[in-house]
Design a protein around this ligand. Structure first.
Ligand SMILES: [Zn+2]
Length: 358
């Protein structure tokens, strides 16, 4: 290529690697994979229940008998893990269903491990879905009593372990819970059961739709005495360091989009797997704006998920998992087949899936 007249310009041409979809893929730093997604499941009592959550389109409360169909859909899309939340028939002051051997989540774990042994089943460990007042543990007045709650969390983790869970994920934000859960699991013979700790869980306005889905809105007050202040990031690193020290094998930052700096900072500082929870309010905003025609939902969803991965999350817990996995298949599936088995007549250089060029 010759420059038309004058001296060669003294700048670098970054646009060279953006000239075609093939070149953009060649230079792409971050690629999502369905195996990175963790799909949240809300399991409820009864039979034949498939109840859509009003504030979360395409997200359903499912009864146990509906799990087989759901697991098959997820496995077919390449999604390798789920995280379970329970909606029990009876709630009480001690969150009994959370650690009842026949509690709703324990039933769901057994069913999923029966029908889909290779699906990684993660059990959320907290009390708020199981207490009559909707708080995360035993109350002392209007405040959750940290140390009395620890015993319930340990019992819940062991109950999930007995049911066959692959990973326990404490989400309560009580101090010291990873240590107590680790000791309880080890004492019960589950030395190899990993703990994925919600280490940096913020007191967020983005949880609203989840509380419809999991039926866990507190009767009074909020969770600010145990969840983190959204203004803080150094404190998140202290929480993460403490959880790793107590025995966490991997950690979660929650929510995701408003806390990408926390994910990126944690990635720099810690070498355990970091998951991000792309929460219900983040999902609801995108779905609502997409339905209204205000944004291109597919494009925005993939951009957001990519940003979470790029920030440093190795796993993304997301309600978008199924649609995103389908879009990834459309976008990369055809290309991967062409690359692995060159076929005469396949036109090279044609972007698969009609990718929009921009
Ligand atoms: Zn809770």
């Amino acid at each position: 290529m010759s420059q038309s007249g004058g001296a060669l310009p003294d700048f670098r041409r970054y646009r060279r690697l953006r000239q075609s979809e093939g070149l953009r893929r060649f230079a792409r730093e971050t690629i999502l994979h369905p195996g990175d997604f963790v799909y949240p499941l809300f399991v409820t009592f009864g039979r034949g229940v498939r109840r859509e959550v009003s504030s979360m389109p395409d997200v359903f409360q499912l009864s146990i008998d509906q799990l087989e169909r759901e697991a098959n859909v997820l496995l077919d899309l390449g999604i390798g893990s789920v995280i379970l939340f329970g909606i029990p028939e009876v709630k009480d002051l001690e969150a009994s269903d959370a650690y009842d051997p026949d509690g709703i989540v324990q039933q769901a774990i057994r069913e999923l491990k029966r029908i889909a042994p290779n699906l990684v089943v993660i059990g959320d460990v907290c009390c708020c879905e199981y207490t009559s007042h909707g708080h995360c543990g035993i109350l002392d007045g209007e405040i959750v009593d940290n140390d009395r709650t620890l015993a319930l969390l340990a019992r819940t983790a062991v109950a999930q372990a007995h049911a066959g869970v692959d990973i326990v994920a404490p989400s309560d934000m009580m101090d010291g819970r990873v240590r107590v859960i680790r000791e309880a699991l080890d004492g019960a013979g589950y030395v190899n059961l990993p703990i994925l700790s919600y280490s940096a869980k913020y007191a967020s306005g983005f949880y609203g739709p989840f509380r419809d889905a999991a039926d866990s809105t507190p009767e009074f007050g909020d969770r600010r005495s145990h969840q983190m202040d959204p203004a803080n990031v150094r404190e998140a690193y202290l929480e993460i360091a403490a959880d790793i020290d107590e025995g966490a094998d991997a950690i979660i930052v929650k929510p995701a989009m408003p806390y990408l700096d926390v994910i990126a900072g944690a990635r720099e500082r810690f070498d355990v797997p970091i998951a991000a929870y792309n929460v219900s309010g983040e999902y609801a905003m995108v779905r609502a704006a997409g339905r209204a025609g205000w944004i291109d939902e597919r494009r925005v969803t993939m951009e957001l998920l990519t940003s979470i991965r790029r920030a440093g999350a190795s796993q993304i817990i997301t309600y978008h998992a199924k649609s995103a996995a389908g879009w990834l298949r459309e976008e990369y599936g055809a290309t991967l087949r062409v690359r692995s088995s060159p076929v005469v007549g396949v036109s090279q250089g044609t972007p698969a899936g009609g990718v929009q060029s921009d």
